[in-house]
Design a protein around this ligand. Structure first.
Ligand code: AMP
Length: 545
Protein backbone atom coordinates (compact mmCIF):
# COMPACT_ATOMS: atom_id res chain seq x y z
CA UNK A 1 0.00 0.00 0.00
CA UNK A 2 1.38 3.45 -0.94
CA UNK A 3 1.31 6.26 1.59
CA UNK A 4 -1.30 8.90 0.95
CA UNK A 5 1.10 11.75 0.26
CA UNK A 6 1.53 13.94 -2.79
CA UNK A 7 4.11 12.97 -5.34
CA UNK A 8 5.47 16.11 -6.97
CA UNK A 9 8.70 15.77 -8.97
CA UNK A 10 12.03 16.99 -7.59
CA UNK A 11 13.00 19.40 -10.37
CA UNK A 12 15.73 22.02 -10.59
CA UNK A 13 13.27 24.76 -11.65
CA UNK A 14 11.49 24.13 -8.35
CA UNK A 15 14.55 25.40 -6.48
CA UNK A 16 14.65 28.79 -8.17
CA UNK A 17 10.87 29.15 -8.05
CA UNK A 18 11.06 28.54 -4.30
CA UNK A 19 13.86 31.10 -3.83
CA UNK A 20 12.07 33.71 -5.96
CA UNK A 21 8.83 33.41 -3.98
CA UNK A 22 10.21 32.95 -0.47
CA UNK A 23 13.58 34.68 -0.45
CA UNK A 24 13.10 37.80 -2.50
CA UNK A 25 15.49 39.76 -0.28
CA UNK A 26 18.50 37.52 -0.81
CA UNK A 27 21.09 38.87 -3.24
CA UNK A 28 22.95 37.40 -6.18
CA UNK A 29 26.14 39.44 -6.54
CA UNK A 30 28.51 38.81 -9.45
CA UNK A 31 31.95 40.10 -10.27
CA UNK A 32 31.87 40.58 -14.04
CA UNK A 33 34.66 39.82 -16.47
CA UNK A 34 35.46 43.59 -16.60
CA UNK A 35 35.66 43.82 -12.79
CA UNK A 36 32.30 45.63 -12.34
CA UNK A 37 29.69 44.27 -9.90
CA UNK A 38 26.22 43.10 -10.92
CA UNK A 39 23.46 42.66 -8.36
CA UNK A 40 19.93 41.36 -8.38
CA UNK A 41 17.67 39.03 -6.38
CA UNK A 42 16.19 35.57 -6.94
CA UNK A 43 12.94 36.93 -8.43
CA UNK A 44 14.95 38.63 -11.23
CA UNK A 45 17.16 35.56 -11.69
CA UNK A 46 14.11 33.33 -11.99
CA UNK A 47 12.39 35.67 -14.46
CA UNK A 48 15.56 35.89 -16.59
CA UNK A 49 15.96 32.11 -16.51
CA UNK A 50 12.39 31.82 -17.89
CA UNK A 51 13.21 34.41 -20.54
CA UNK A 52 16.28 32.35 -21.44
CA UNK A 53 14.19 29.18 -21.66
CA UNK A 54 11.98 31.00 -24.20
CA UNK A 55 15.06 32.09 -26.14
CA UNK A 56 16.36 28.51 -26.19
CA UNK A 57 13.06 27.27 -27.61
CA UNK A 58 13.34 29.89 -30.38
CA UNK A 59 16.81 28.56 -31.13
CA UNK A 60 15.17 25.18 -31.55
CA UNK A 61 16.68 23.64 -28.42
CA UNK A 62 14.54 20.70 -27.38
CA UNK A 63 14.36 18.53 -24.26
CA UNK A 64 17.56 16.44 -23.81
CA UNK A 65 19.55 18.64 -26.25
CA UNK A 66 22.94 19.54 -24.80
CA UNK A 67 23.84 23.20 -24.29
CA UNK A 68 27.51 23.83 -23.50
CA UNK A 69 28.82 26.55 -21.17
CA UNK A 70 32.37 27.94 -21.00
CA UNK A 71 32.04 30.43 -18.19
CA UNK A 72 33.21 31.69 -14.81
CA UNK A 73 30.96 31.88 -11.77
CA UNK A 74 28.50 34.67 -12.53
CA UNK A 75 24.82 35.55 -12.85
CA UNK A 76 24.44 34.62 -16.52
CA UNK A 77 25.95 31.21 -15.84
CA UNK A 78 23.36 30.80 -13.07
CA UNK A 79 20.61 31.75 -15.52
CA UNK A 80 21.87 28.98 -17.80
CA UNK A 81 21.89 26.46 -14.94
CA UNK A 82 18.20 27.13 -14.40
CA UNK A 83 17.04 28.10 -17.88
CA UNK A 84 18.63 25.12 -19.65
CA UNK A 85 17.90 22.38 -17.08
CA UNK A 86 14.55 23.88 -16.13
CA UNK A 87 13.35 23.65 -19.74
CA UNK A 88 14.32 19.97 -19.93
CA UNK A 89 17.55 20.44 -21.91
CA UNK A 90 20.95 19.40 -20.50
CA UNK A 91 23.39 22.00 -19.21
CA UNK A 92 26.89 20.83 -20.15
CA UNK A 93 29.51 22.76 -18.17
CA UNK A 94 32.92 22.67 -19.89
CA UNK A 95 36.18 23.12 -18.02
CA UNK A 96 38.14 25.84 -19.88
CA UNK A 97 41.38 24.77 -18.20
CA UNK A 98 41.47 21.57 -20.23
CA UNK A 99 43.66 21.40 -23.33
CA UNK A 100 41.85 22.80 -26.43
CA UNK A 101 41.95 19.35 -28.07
CA UNK A 102 40.20 17.84 -25.03
CA UNK A 103 37.59 20.62 -25.07
CA UNK A 104 36.85 19.97 -28.75
CA UNK A 105 36.60 16.24 -28.00
CA UNK A 106 34.19 16.88 -25.11
CA UNK A 107 31.95 19.22 -27.13
CA UNK A 108 31.68 16.64 -29.91
CA UNK A 109 31.27 13.70 -27.55
CA UNK A 110 28.46 15.50 -25.72
CA UNK A 111 26.90 16.60 -29.02
CA UNK A 112 26.52 20.21 -27.87
CA UNK A 113 24.15 22.24 -30.08
CA UNK A 114 25.03 25.68 -28.66
CA UNK A 115 27.92 26.99 -26.60
CA UNK A 116 27.38 29.90 -24.22
CA UNK A 117 30.71 31.53 -23.38
CA UNK A 118 32.22 34.39 -21.42
CA UNK A 119 34.07 36.76 -23.75
CA UNK A 120 37.37 35.72 -22.14
CA UNK A 121 37.05 32.46 -24.05
CA UNK A 122 36.79 33.99 -27.55
CA UNK A 123 40.40 33.00 -28.47
CA UNK A 124 39.84 29.45 -27.21
CA UNK A 125 36.65 29.12 -29.27
CA UNK A 126 38.33 30.60 -32.33
CA UNK A 127 41.01 27.92 -31.99
CA UNK A 128 38.59 24.99 -31.78
CA UNK A 129 35.70 26.25 -33.98
CA UNK A 130 36.79 24.20 -37.03
CA UNK A 131 36.88 21.03 -34.90
CA UNK A 132 33.38 21.42 -33.45
CA UNK A 133 31.52 22.71 -36.48
CA UNK A 134 29.72 19.43 -37.18
CA UNK A 135 27.35 19.76 -34.22
CA UNK A 136 27.54 23.28 -32.79
CA UNK A 137 25.02 25.62 -34.42
CA UNK A 138 25.98 28.83 -32.60
CA UNK A 139 28.36 30.43 -30.12
CA UNK A 140 26.55 32.79 -27.76
CA UNK A 141 28.76 35.29 -25.96
CA UNK A 142 27.44 36.15 -22.51
CA UNK A 143 27.66 39.92 -22.78
CA UNK A 144 25.96 43.11 -23.99
CA UNK A 145 25.96 43.87 -27.75
CA UNK A 146 28.67 46.52 -27.29
CA UNK A 147 31.05 43.94 -25.79
CA UNK A 148 30.70 41.34 -28.55
CA UNK A 149 34.03 39.89 -29.71
CA UNK A 150 34.54 39.98 -33.47
CA UNK A 151 35.44 36.60 -34.86
CA UNK A 152 34.98 34.55 -38.00
CA UNK A 153 33.19 31.26 -37.47
CA UNK A 154 32.86 28.32 -39.88
CA UNK A 155 29.82 28.32 -42.20
CA UNK A 156 26.70 27.13 -40.40
CA UNK A 157 27.86 28.34 -36.98
CA UNK A 158 26.25 31.61 -35.85
CA UNK A 159 27.76 34.24 -33.58
CA UNK A 160 25.10 35.45 -31.14
CA UNK A 161 24.87 37.91 -28.26
CA UNK A 162 23.27 36.77 -24.97
CA UNK A 163 21.71 40.10 -24.05
CA UNK A 164 20.30 40.56 -27.56
CA UNK A 165 18.69 37.13 -27.36
CA UNK A 166 17.28 38.05 -23.96
CA UNK A 167 15.96 41.39 -25.22
CA UNK A 168 14.20 39.70 -28.12
CA UNK A 169 12.67 37.08 -25.81
CA UNK A 170 10.07 37.38 -23.03
CA UNK A 171 9.46 35.66 -19.72
CA UNK A 172 5.99 34.40 -20.51
CA UNK A 173 7.07 30.85 -19.81
CA UNK A 174 5.83 28.20 -17.38
CA UNK A 175 8.40 25.70 -16.13
CA UNK A 176 7.40 22.29 -17.51
CA UNK A 177 6.97 19.26 -15.26
CA UNK A 178 8.55 15.94 -16.18
CA UNK A 179 10.10 12.86 -14.62
CA UNK A 180 12.63 13.86 -11.93
CA UNK A 181 14.98 11.13 -13.15
CA UNK A 182 15.50 13.01 -16.44
CA UNK A 183 19.01 14.26 -17.18
CA UNK A 184 19.70 17.85 -16.06
CA UNK A 185 23.42 18.51 -16.40
CA UNK A 186 26.60 16.95 -17.76
CA UNK A 187 30.17 17.36 -16.49
CA UNK A 188 33.26 15.57 -17.75
CA UNK A 189 35.87 14.14 -15.38
CA UNK A 190 39.27 15.72 -15.72
CA UNK A 191 40.72 12.60 -17.33
CA UNK A 192 44.22 12.28 -15.86
CA UNK A 193 44.36 8.93 -17.63
CA UNK A 194 42.54 8.30 -20.90
CA UNK A 195 39.78 10.42 -22.39
CA UNK A 196 37.49 12.51 -20.15
CA UNK A 197 34.20 10.77 -19.35
CA UNK A 198 30.82 12.47 -18.98
CA UNK A 199 28.87 12.25 -15.72
CA UNK A 200 25.16 12.85 -16.33
CA UNK A 201 23.30 14.25 -13.31
CA UNK A 202 19.52 14.03 -13.03
CA UNK A 203 17.07 16.53 -11.57
CA UNK A 204 16.43 14.15 -8.71
CA UNK A 205 20.13 13.57 -7.93
CA UNK A 206 20.79 17.33 -8.02
CA UNK A 207 17.93 18.23 -5.68
CA UNK A 208 18.70 15.41 -3.23
CA UNK A 209 22.40 16.31 -3.18
CA UNK A 210 21.58 19.97 -2.48
CA UNK A 211 19.26 18.97 0.37
CA UNK A 212 21.83 16.57 1.80
CA UNK A 213 24.62 19.17 1.81
CA UNK A 214 22.35 21.74 3.47
CA UNK A 215 22.26 19.94 6.84
CA UNK A 216 24.18 21.54 9.74
CA UNK A 217 27.05 19.05 9.76
CA UNK A 218 27.82 19.50 6.07
CA UNK A 219 27.65 23.02 4.57
CA UNK A 220 24.58 23.93 6.65
CA UNK A 221 23.54 26.95 4.59
CA UNK A 222 20.93 29.29 6.09
CA UNK A 223 18.93 32.24 4.75
CA UNK A 224 21.24 34.63 6.61
CA UNK A 225 24.34 33.25 4.85
CA UNK A 226 26.22 34.98 2.08
CA UNK A 227 27.90 32.19 0.16
CA UNK A 228 30.95 32.59 -2.06
CA UNK A 229 31.41 29.56 -4.35
CA UNK A 230 35.09 29.75 -5.30
CA UNK A 231 34.88 26.24 -6.67
CA UNK A 232 34.01 26.78 -10.32
CA UNK A 233 30.59 26.18 -11.84
CA UNK A 234 32.41 24.28 -14.60
CA UNK A 235 33.60 21.62 -12.17
CA UNK A 236 30.90 19.41 -10.62
CA UNK A 237 28.38 22.25 -10.50
CA UNK A 238 30.39 24.24 -7.95
CA UNK A 239 29.71 21.45 -5.44
CA UNK A 240 25.99 22.09 -5.77
CA UNK A 241 26.10 25.58 -4.19
CA UNK A 242 24.16 27.20 -7.09
CA UNK A 243 21.31 24.90 -6.00
CA UNK A 244 21.83 24.62 -2.24
CA UNK A 245 22.11 28.40 -1.62
CA UNK A 246 18.78 29.38 -3.25
CA UNK A 247 17.18 26.32 -1.67
CA UNK A 248 18.14 27.73 1.74
CA UNK A 249 17.44 31.33 0.73
CA UNK A 250 21.12 32.24 1.16
CA UNK A 251 22.69 34.98 -0.95
CA UNK A 252 25.23 34.00 -3.61
CA UNK A 253 28.41 35.99 -4.23
CA UNK A 254 29.92 34.94 -7.57
CA UNK A 255 33.64 35.73 -7.86
CA UNK A 256 34.15 35.66 -11.64
CA UNK A 257 37.62 34.88 -12.86
CA UNK A 258 39.95 36.37 -10.21
CA UNK A 259 40.50 33.79 -7.50
CA UNK A 260 43.83 34.98 -6.09
CA UNK A 261 44.23 35.86 -2.40
CA UNK A 262 43.92 39.68 -2.71
CA UNK A 263 40.81 39.48 -4.96
CA UNK A 264 39.08 36.98 -2.68
CA UNK A 265 39.88 38.93 0.49
CA UNK A 266 38.52 42.13 -1.09
CA UNK A 267 35.30 40.48 -2.26
CA UNK A 268 34.77 38.69 1.07
CA UNK A 269 35.06 41.97 2.96
CA UNK A 270 33.02 44.09 0.53
CA UNK A 271 30.19 41.58 0.40
CA UNK A 272 30.31 40.26 3.99
CA UNK A 273 30.70 36.65 2.93
CA UNK A 274 29.87 34.18 5.71
CA UNK A 275 30.63 30.87 3.99
CA UNK A 276 32.77 29.78 1.08
CA UNK A 277 33.86 26.57 -0.61
CA UNK A 278 36.93 25.60 -2.61
CA UNK A 279 40.03 23.43 -2.99
CA UNK A 280 42.98 23.67 -0.55
CA UNK A 281 45.22 25.52 -3.06
CA UNK A 282 42.78 28.45 -3.08
CA UNK A 283 42.82 28.71 0.71
CA UNK A 284 46.61 28.43 0.81
CA UNK A 285 46.69 31.46 -1.53
CA UNK A 286 44.22 33.39 0.62
CA UNK A 287 46.08 32.49 3.81
CA UNK A 288 49.42 33.68 2.42
CA UNK A 289 47.78 36.98 1.42
CA UNK A 290 46.06 37.49 4.79
CA UNK A 291 49.28 36.82 6.68
CA UNK A 292 51.37 39.16 4.55
CA UNK A 293 48.79 42.00 4.31
CA UNK A 294 47.38 41.82 7.82
CA UNK A 295 43.86 41.82 6.35
CA UNK A 296 41.11 39.86 8.13
CA UNK A 297 38.01 37.98 6.99
CA UNK A 298 35.94 38.44 10.13
CA UNK A 299 32.53 37.84 8.53
CA UNK A 300 33.44 34.30 7.44
CA UNK A 301 32.22 31.51 9.73
CA UNK A 302 32.93 28.41 7.66
CA UNK A 303 34.96 27.26 4.69
CA UNK A 304 34.10 24.03 2.90
CA UNK A 305 37.32 22.36 1.73
CA UNK A 306 37.64 19.34 -0.56
CA UNK A 307 38.86 18.20 -3.95
CA UNK A 308 42.21 17.28 -2.39
CA UNK A 309 43.10 16.43 1.19
CA UNK A 310 42.95 19.49 3.45
CA UNK A 311 46.38 19.91 5.09
CA UNK A 312 46.15 20.14 8.87
CA UNK A 313 48.13 23.38 8.91
CA UNK A 314 45.40 25.01 6.83
CA UNK A 315 42.72 24.05 9.34
CA UNK A 316 44.89 25.18 12.24
CA UNK A 317 45.78 28.50 10.61
CA UNK A 318 42.20 29.45 9.68
CA UNK A 319 40.72 28.30 12.95
CA UNK A 320 43.35 29.65 15.32
CA UNK A 321 44.35 32.87 13.53
CA UNK A 322 41.05 33.83 11.85
CA UNK A 323 38.29 32.05 13.81
CA UNK A 324 37.00 30.27 10.68
CA UNK A 325 35.81 26.66 10.96
CA UNK A 326 36.89 24.35 8.15
CA UNK A 327 34.48 21.66 6.99
CA UNK A 328 36.56 18.96 5.34
CA UNK A 329 34.52 17.11 2.73
CA UNK A 330 35.21 14.40 0.19
CA UNK A 331 33.68 13.52 -3.14
CA UNK A 332 34.21 13.29 -6.87
CA UNK A 333 32.48 14.21 -10.12
CA UNK A 334 30.77 10.83 -10.02
CA UNK A 335 29.29 11.58 -6.56
CA UNK A 336 27.79 15.00 -7.47
CA UNK A 337 30.32 15.62 -5.66
CA UNK A 338 29.78 15.68 -1.88
CA UNK A 339 29.62 12.21 -0.33
CA UNK A 340 31.25 12.60 3.10
CA UNK A 341 32.06 15.39 5.54
CA UNK A 342 33.94 15.55 8.81
CA UNK A 343 31.79 16.92 11.63
CA UNK A 344 32.49 16.96 15.37
CA UNK A 345 30.75 14.21 17.37
CA UNK A 346 30.39 13.83 21.16
CA UNK A 347 33.35 11.42 21.27
CA UNK A 348 35.63 13.55 19.08
CA UNK A 349 34.84 16.65 21.15
CA UNK A 350 36.37 15.02 24.25
CA UNK A 351 39.75 14.71 22.50
CA UNK A 352 42.53 17.27 22.72
CA UNK A 353 45.90 17.95 21.05
CA UNK A 354 47.26 15.47 18.53
CA UNK A 355 44.39 13.00 19.05
CA UNK A 356 41.83 15.69 18.19
CA UNK A 357 43.74 16.77 15.08
CA UNK A 358 44.12 13.16 13.90
CA UNK A 359 40.32 12.98 13.77
CA UNK A 360 40.09 16.32 11.93
CA UNK A 361 42.51 15.10 9.21
CA UNK A 362 39.87 12.61 8.01
CA UNK A 363 37.33 13.09 5.23
CA UNK A 364 34.49 12.15 7.55
CA UNK A 365 31.22 10.27 7.68
CA UNK A 366 28.99 9.44 4.74
CA UNK A 367 26.16 11.92 4.18
CA UNK A 368 22.70 10.49 4.73
CA UNK A 369 21.83 8.81 1.43
CA UNK A 370 25.37 7.62 0.71
CA UNK A 371 26.69 4.20 1.72
CA UNK A 372 30.43 3.50 1.88
CA UNK A 373 32.57 0.40 2.28
CA UNK A 374 36.22 -0.54 1.86
CA UNK A 375 37.30 -3.78 0.23
CA UNK A 376 40.57 -5.68 -0.02
CA UNK A 377 41.82 -8.32 -2.43
CA UNK A 378 39.02 -10.22 -4.12
CA UNK A 379 36.43 -7.67 -3.02
CA UNK A 380 36.40 -8.84 0.64
CA UNK A 381 34.89 -6.14 2.85
CA UNK A 382 37.42 -4.80 5.37
CA UNK A 383 36.71 -3.85 9.00
CA UNK A 384 35.99 -0.28 10.13
CA UNK A 385 38.91 -0.18 12.56
CA UNK A 386 40.69 2.91 11.26
CA UNK A 387 43.68 0.74 10.28
CA UNK A 388 42.68 -1.59 7.42
CA UNK A 389 43.14 0.18 4.09
CA UNK A 390 41.19 -0.81 1.01
CA UNK A 391 39.47 0.37 -2.15
CA UNK A 392 36.64 2.76 -1.32
CA UNK A 393 33.23 1.88 -2.81
CA UNK A 394 30.13 4.08 -2.59
CA UNK A 395 26.51 3.97 -3.66
CA UNK A 396 23.49 6.21 -3.35
CA UNK A 397 21.00 8.33 -5.31
CA UNK A 398 23.60 10.94 -6.33
CA UNK A 399 26.32 8.45 -7.36
CA UNK A 400 26.86 7.76 -11.09
CA UNK A 401 25.54 4.49 -12.42
CA UNK A 402 27.04 4.83 -15.92
CA UNK A 403 29.00 7.36 -17.97
CA UNK A 404 27.58 9.45 -20.82
CA UNK A 405 27.02 7.24 -23.84
CA UNK A 406 27.06 4.02 -21.80
CA UNK A 407 24.23 2.00 -20.31
CA UNK A 408 22.82 2.70 -16.85
CA UNK A 409 24.52 0.41 -14.34
CA UNK A 410 27.66 -0.04 -16.43
CA UNK A 411 29.88 2.00 -14.07
CA UNK A 412 29.05 -0.01 -10.95
CA UNK A 413 28.77 -3.63 -9.85
CA UNK A 414 25.50 -5.55 -9.76
CA UNK A 415 24.73 -4.29 -6.25
CA UNK A 416 25.23 -0.68 -7.32
CA UNK A 417 28.66 -0.16 -5.71
CA UNK A 418 30.81 2.37 -7.56
CA UNK A 419 34.59 1.93 -7.22
CA UNK A 420 35.98 5.40 -6.49
CA UNK A 421 39.63 4.66 -7.29
CA UNK A 422 40.49 6.01 -3.83
CA UNK A 423 42.13 4.00 -1.07
CA UNK A 424 40.77 4.64 2.41
CA UNK A 425 40.39 3.55 6.02
CA UNK A 426 37.15 3.85 8.00
CA UNK A 427 37.29 4.11 11.80
CA UNK A 428 34.75 2.74 14.33
CA UNK A 429 33.04 6.18 14.40
CA UNK A 430 32.39 5.85 10.64
CA UNK A 431 35.01 8.48 9.72
CA UNK A 432 36.59 7.67 6.39
CA UNK A 433 40.13 8.79 5.60
CA UNK A 434 41.52 8.88 2.07
CA UNK A 435 45.09 7.64 2.09
CA UNK A 436 45.69 7.69 -1.68
CA UNK A 437 44.37 7.34 -5.17
CA UNK A 438 44.80 3.62 -5.88
CA UNK A 439 47.18 4.38 -8.74
CA UNK A 440 49.30 6.69 -6.53
CA UNK A 441 49.71 4.37 -3.57
CA UNK A 442 53.30 3.49 -2.62
CA UNK A 443 53.95 -0.19 -1.95
CA UNK A 444 57.16 -0.53 -0.01
CA UNK A 445 58.19 -4.07 0.91
CA UNK A 446 54.56 -5.15 0.48
CA UNK A 447 53.22 -2.48 2.88
CA UNK A 448 51.35 0.66 1.86
CA UNK A 449 52.59 4.18 2.55
CA UNK A 450 50.09 7.04 2.34
CA UNK A 451 51.31 9.81 0.02
CA UNK A 452 48.61 12.16 1.32
CA UNK A 453 49.84 11.87 4.92
CA UNK A 454 53.42 12.60 3.83
CA UNK A 455 52.36 15.58 1.67
CA UNK A 456 50.30 17.10 4.45
CA UNK A 457 53.24 16.99 6.85
CA UNK A 458 55.65 18.46 4.27
CA UNK A 459 53.47 21.57 3.75
CA UNK A 460 53.61 22.24 7.50
CA UNK A 461 57.22 23.33 6.91
CA UNK A 462 57.27 27.13 6.72
CA UNK A 463 59.53 27.13 3.62
CA UNK A 464 57.32 24.78 1.59
CA UNK A 465 54.44 26.04 -0.57
CA UNK A 466 53.43 22.77 -2.16
CA UNK A 467 54.53 19.14 -1.93
CA UNK A 468 54.03 15.92 -3.87
CA UNK A 469 54.97 12.39 -2.91
CA UNK A 470 55.39 9.80 -5.63
CA UNK A 471 56.45 6.17 -5.72
CA UNK A 472 60.01 5.73 -7.03
CA UNK A 473 61.32 2.33 -8.06
CA UNK A 474 63.63 0.69 -5.53
CA UNK A 475 65.75 -2.47 -6.02
CA UNK A 476 65.06 -3.86 -2.54
CA UNK A 477 61.67 -2.45 -1.46
CA UNK A 478 60.01 -2.25 -4.93
CA UNK A 479 58.89 1.31 -4.27
CA UNK A 480 59.96 4.07 -1.93
CA UNK A 481 58.48 7.56 -1.38
CA UNK A 482 60.13 10.49 -3.13
CA UNK A 483 59.30 14.02 -1.98
CA UNK A 484 59.07 16.91 -4.45
CA UNK A 485 58.69 20.39 -2.97
CA UNK A 486 58.13 23.91 -4.24
CA UNK A 487 59.96 26.33 -1.91
CA UNK A 488 58.59 29.66 -0.70
CA UNK A 489 60.07 32.56 -2.70
CA UNK A 490 63.59 33.24 -1.46
CA UNK A 491 63.76 30.16 0.78
CA UNK A 492 66.64 27.70 0.50
CA UNK A 493 65.64 24.11 1.22
CA UNK A 494 68.16 21.72 2.75
CA UNK A 495 66.79 18.19 2.31
CA UNK A 496 68.12 16.80 5.61
CA UNK A 497 66.65 19.76 7.51
CA UNK A 498 63.31 19.46 5.74
CA UNK A 499 63.00 15.76 6.52
CA UNK A 500 63.29 16.52 10.24
CA UNK A 501 59.67 17.69 10.05
CA UNK A 502 58.63 14.03 9.90
CA UNK A 503 60.31 13.14 13.22
CA UNK A 504 57.84 11.59 15.64
CA UNK A 505 54.95 11.97 13.16
CA UNK A 506 55.28 8.81 11.08
CA UNK A 507 56.74 5.32 11.26
CA UNK A 508 60.47 5.57 10.43
CA UNK A 509 60.15 3.42 7.30
CA UNK A 510 57.68 5.93 5.81
CA UNK A 511 60.41 8.63 5.63
CA UNK A 512 60.92 9.78 1.98
CA UNK A 513 64.19 8.47 0.50
CA UNK A 514 65.00 11.73 -1.28
CA UNK A 515 63.85 15.32 -1.63
CA UNK A 516 63.76 17.11 -4.98
CA UNK A 517 63.29 20.87 -5.05
CA UNK A 518 61.32 22.11 -8.07
CA UNK A 519 60.02 25.50 -9.24
CA UNK A 520 56.50 24.25 -9.74
CA UNK A 521 54.42 21.08 -9.76
CA UNK A 522 52.13 20.03 -12.63
CA UNK A 523 48.36 20.18 -12.06
CA UNK A 524 45.31 18.75 -13.77
CA UNK A 525 42.57 21.01 -15.15
CA UNK A 526 40.78 20.69 -11.82
CA UNK A 527 43.81 21.75 -9.81
CA UNK A 528 44.94 18.35 -8.54
CA UNK A 529 48.56 17.25 -8.62
CA UNK A 530 49.33 15.53 -11.91
CA UNK A 531 51.19 12.60 -10.43
CA UNK A 532 51.34 10.65 -13.68
CA UNK A 533 53.62 13.31 -15.20
CA UNK A 534 55.74 13.33 -12.06
CA UNK A 535 56.04 9.56 -11.99
CA UNK A 536 57.08 9.47 -15.65
CA UNK A 537 59.80 11.98 -14.92
CA UNK A 538 61.08 10.88 -11.52
CA UNK A 539 60.21 7.23 -10.95
CA UNK A 540 63.78 6.09 -11.68
CA UNK A 541 65.37 8.74 -9.48
CA UNK A 542 66.54 6.24 -6.85
CA UNK A 543 67.92 3.72 -9.33
CA UNK A 544 69.56 6.15 -11.73
CA UNK A 545 73.25 5.59 -12.45
P1 AMP B 1 37.13 15.02 -9.30
O1 AMP B 1 36.22 14.01 -9.86
O2 AMP B 1 37.97 15.71 -10.31
O3 AMP B 1 36.39 15.95 -8.42
O4 AMP B 1 38.19 14.28 -8.38
C1 AMP B 1 37.78 13.42 -7.35
C2 AMP B 1 38.96 12.92 -6.56
O5 AMP B 1 39.55 13.99 -5.82
C3 AMP B 1 38.60 11.90 -5.51
O6 AMP B 1 38.43 10.62 -6.05
C4 AMP B 1 39.79 12.00 -4.57
O7 AMP B 1 40.90 11.27 -5.06
C5 AMP B 1 40.11 13.47 -4.61
N1 AMP B 1 39.52 14.15 -3.45
C6 AMP B 1 38.38 14.86 -3.40
N2 AMP B 1 38.18 15.35 -2.16
C7 AMP B 1 39.21 14.94 -1.40
C8 AMP B 1 39.58 15.10 -0.02
N3 AMP B 1 38.86 15.83 0.83
N4 AMP B 1 40.71 14.49 0.39
C9 AMP B 1 41.46 13.75 -0.45
N5 AMP B 1 41.18 13.57 -1.74
C10 AMP B 1 40.07 14.15 -2.21
Amino acid sequence: MFGLMQDSQLLIAGIIRHAARNHAHAEVVSKNVDGSIHRYGYPALEARARRLARALARLNIKATDRVGTLAWNGFRHLELYYGVSGSGAICHTINPRLAPADIAYIVNDAGDRLIFADITFAPLLAAIAEHIKAGVRAIVFMCDPAEMPQMALPAGMDLLCYESLMAESDDDYVWPSFDERNAASLCYTSGTTGRPKGVLYSHRSTVLHAMATNVPDVFGLRAQDRVLPVVPMFHVNAWGTPYSAPMAGASLIMPGRHLDGPSLSALINQEHVTMSAGVPTIWMGLLAHLRSSGERIDTVRRLGVGGSACPRMLMQAFEQEYGVTIVHAWGMSETSPVASANAPTPDSLTLTGEAAWRVRDKQGQALFGIEMKIVGNGGMELPWDGVAQGDLLVRGPWVASGYWGNAAGSACDEDGWFATGDVATIDPSGRMEITDRSKDVIKSGGEWISSITLENIAVEHPDVIEAAIIAARHPKWDERPLLLVVPRAGAEIVPEELLKIYEGKIAKWWLPDAVIVVDELPHTATGKLHKLTLRQKYQDWLTRE
